[in-house]
Structure formats: C-alpha cells, structure tokens
Design a protein around this ligand. Structure first.
Ligand code: NDP
Ligand code: MG
Length: 405
C-alpha cells in the first residue's frame, strides 16, 4: 500500500473478469462499469470474461451488451444454447466447471469473485495464483480456505480487495492509518428480518420471510445467512484472514439501519466509522477503483431523512450461528471449513423447506461435533484438501438433515 498510486487512467484501463456476473453482486458490478463508461469513456474497464451457472438468458444479454471476450456457463448442458444465443456477437462461449476455472485464468487485471459459496473456490484461487487483483465478494473462499488463499497471496504483488461492505469499509478506514495503533475492528450487522423476534416466533419462519432482508437486496443464500446472523460469523472469519487479527480484536454490533458499515478503534480512544447508503455499488466502486476512488452510481446517504442510528449487542441465544462461527474462529484448524460446508447444506435444506429455520444452527452444530470426532482437526493445506473436507462435511450434514427432516 506504500507504493505509488496508479493514476486514474491506469485504473480505468484495467481489464475485468466477473465470476458470477448474473448474481446480485455481479449485476451491481456491471452497473458500476456501465456508469464508469458513461463518466470516463466507453473504453473504461474492458471485460475479459463473464460467468454464470444456469442463467443462460441473463448471461447472453449481458454479453451482447457489454462485449466481454468470453462468456462461460457452469452448467455444461447449456453450452449449445449459449453458443446459439451468442452467435454473431463475437463473444466466445464455453461451458462446464473447468471452463469457469479457465475463464479465471485468462489474462485480466481484476477478477470480481462473486460466485456464491464454496463453488467459487477453484476459479477464485486460480485467479489469485496468477496474480490478478481479487475483488472478493465470495467470502466463503476465505472461510473455507483462508490459509490456502493466504499462501497464494503471500507474494507482495498479489492483492485482495474486499467487496463485502463491512470489510471494504474497514479497508477504507485503515488505508493510510497507523496500523500499529489499531485496537479493534467492529463489523456492523443489520440483525436481519428477525432481529426483534422471539425464538417461539422464529420457529415457523418461511424461506420467503428469511430472504426478505430489510435493508439489502441480496442472493438467497446470503440473505438466509443474514437472518441467522451466520453471515456476521462468516464475516468475522473473513476479517481474521483479511486483516490478520485474532478474535479478540474483532467484534460485531447490531445496527438496524445498515448505514454505518464498520468501526475501527485506535489506541488513542478514537473510533472511526464508515457510512454510506446500503448499496453494494459503494464498496464495488471502491474495490474496482482501489487504491483511488471512482465515480459511483450508488444511492447517496441522507442522514437527516434517516434521523436515528441505533446500536445493540448481538443476542447469541436467539442467534446461535454467530456463537458457532466465533467458536470455529477461536478453535481454527478444520473448523471454519466444516462450518462453511455444513451451513451451505443447512441453508439449502431450509430453502427447500426440508428443515425449519431454527434447524439451521442445530444442523451446523451437530455436523461440527460429528466431524470433530471423525477428522484430525488440522486445517486443510491445499485446495484439494479443502474440497475433500468440504465434500465429506456435506455428506455428513445431508445425513443429519435427512434424519432431522
Ligand atoms: P447470487 O445468488 O445473487 O449470485 C450468485 C452468482 O454465482 C450467480 O451469477 C450464479 O449464477 C453464480 N453461481 C451460483 N452457483 C454457482 C456454481 N455452483 N458455480 C458457479 N457459479 C455459480 O449471490 P450474491 O450476488 O448475493 O452473492 C455472491 C457472493 O457475494 C456470496 O458469496 C455472498 O456471500 C457475497 N456477498 C454478497 C453481497 C450482496 O449484497 N449480495 C454482499 C456481500 C457479500 P446463476 O445466476 O446462473 O445461478
Ligand atoms: Mg457484509
């Protein structure tokens, strides 16, 4: 961070690949790029590749409009459909899981990692290993494979810029500051749609209620994670790997308005806060423009209209997922990888109406204790080891889900 800052024209000429282009973060990223092209010129942020899993229509539309060199659909059965839709466009079309990894390997300066879940691990790691700037939304990468990414990014020329709003805010608050005087980073949590609900009332929560986040519009998985507060737990683990801080220097506070995204405390008693409208185009703009700032189409904040900002301690009795994630960060080793996989399975079962909302924490806890008896507890040291532990955990979690269903 001490090296000379690139000038804006260098930043705008960065070639970008968007993994998960059809998702909430992917779409918001492309909106920031459209805005940059309007503001700075049509050649801002040329696109190397866009990817999706199944949304072939949306991917083809984006490719026609934004002209990446390559479009990749993860579901191999959709290759001929994608090729047909892109014929004459000049955009190459590929499909399958290997093609997603190859897309990440194609030369681009920045890779927006916006696939959801552990599915994003292999492509994101491939991009990290070739030295692309990783703008990371896909927090599951660091939760499931923190040490592996750390090793891949150990070289000083490798950069990871968080897109997750709290971590992006922390980076903004830390940039240029005296990091030796850092005391604590506090992530804010909206508290989700059930912030004020009793356990009794949460027993009958439906997927529709859980994905209806009060402040943010997000994909289904992260919306459920926000409702259980697992999201904040995953984010504490993410912050641990991004900023190299132990749990004692990481904290979470519930802030229902989602206006303050992060607080950074220094040894002189100062606490700096980052504020913005809850709009992902703010952190995405900072990540794409980092270490400078670029114009963003994001909503502007009107504090007088908001009136009040409130803060409260998270309730770990009603939201046990946060406690489980904190415990996993504390114990380290294999625990975060197991936590992530168990949570992905439990959320999938909840969204499929096969377990109850409160069952998510129960499944995660049971899977963690079953796996702690069955594995040696060491942190997986390579992508292959992460994927093996992830698969083993998923199989175990599915068994536990089926028994609970
Ligand atoms: P979405 O569900 O909206 O989008 C996910 C994207 O990943 C889509 O493009 C989807 O393609 C693709 N995808 C899904 N499954 C696979 C797979 N198995 N292999 C390859 N690609 C796949 O998610 P979000 O945009 O909400 O979230 C993306 C990531 O960013 C998550 O890790 C989330 O935690 C993180 N994040 C999101 C925030 C938000 O505001 N949404 C905020 C902070 C972090 P298709 O459309 O074809 O299914
Ligand atoms: Mg976040």
């Amino acid at each position: 961070m001490s090296e000379a800052r690139p000038d804006l024209s260098q930043i705008l000429s960065r070639k970008v690949t968007v993994l998960g282009a059809t998702g909430t973060v992917g779409v918001a990223t492309l909106d920031v790029i459209r805005h940059a092209r309007k503001t700075y010129g049509a050649d801002a942020f040329p696109l190397q590749a866009l990817t999706a899993q199944k949304s072939v229509d949306a991917l083809a539309l984006l490719a026609h409009e934004l002209k990446p060199e390559l479009a990749v659909i993860g579901d191999a059965s959709l290759l001929s459909e994608l090729r047909e839709k892109l014929s004459g466009s000049g955009v190459r079309a590929e499909a399958g899981q290997e093609a997603l990894i190859d897309a990440a390997k194609e030369p681009s300066d920045v890779v927006m990692a916006a696939i959801v879940g552990a599915a994003g691990l292999a492509p994101t790691l491939a991009a990290a290993e070739r030295g692309a700037i990783i703008t990371l939304a896909n927090k599951e990468c660091l939760v499931a494979a923190g040490p592996v990414f750390r090793k891949a990014m150990a070289n000083a020329r490798h950069k990871m810029v968080p897109v997750d709003s709290e971590h992006n805010a922390a980076l903004q608050l830390l940039d240029g500051s005296d990091t030796a005087a850092l005391e604590k980073i506090t992530l804010t949590a909206s508290g989700g749609p059930f912030r004020t609900w009793t356990m009794e009332r949460m027993r009958s929560v439906t997927p529709e209620q859980a994905v209806a986040h009060p402040n943010w519009s997000m994909g289904a998985k992260i919306s459920v994670d926000s409702a259980t507060l697992m999201n904040k737990g995953l984010e504490l683990i993410e912050a641990h790997y991004l900023f190299d801080l132990p749990l004692e220097q990481l904290d979470a506070v519930v802030h229902a308005q989602s206006v303050v995204h992060c607080l950074v405390s220094y040894t002189d008693g100062s606490q700096l806060a980052h504020l913005s409208a809850p709009d992902m185009r703010v952190p995405i703009s900072y990540a794409l423009g980092w270490p400078r700032r670029i114009s963003s189409p994001a909503r502007r904040l009107d504090l007088a209209q908001i009136g009040q900002l409130t803060f409260e301690a998270p309730d770990m009795e009603r939201f046990p997922c946060l406690r489980l994630a904190r415990d996993c960060l504390q114990s380290g080793g294999a625990a975060p990888t197991i936590l992530n996989a168990a949570n992905e399975v439990a959320v999938e079962y909840f969204l499929g109406r096969r377990i109850a909302f409160l069952g998510i924490a129960e499944i995660v806890e049971s899977t963690l204790s079953a796996m702690s008896r069955e594995t040696n507890g060491a942190a997986p040291a390579s992508l292959a080891e992460v994927l093996a532990l992830d698969a083993e955990t998923r199989a175990r979690a599915r068994e536990i889900c089926r028994a609970a269903a």
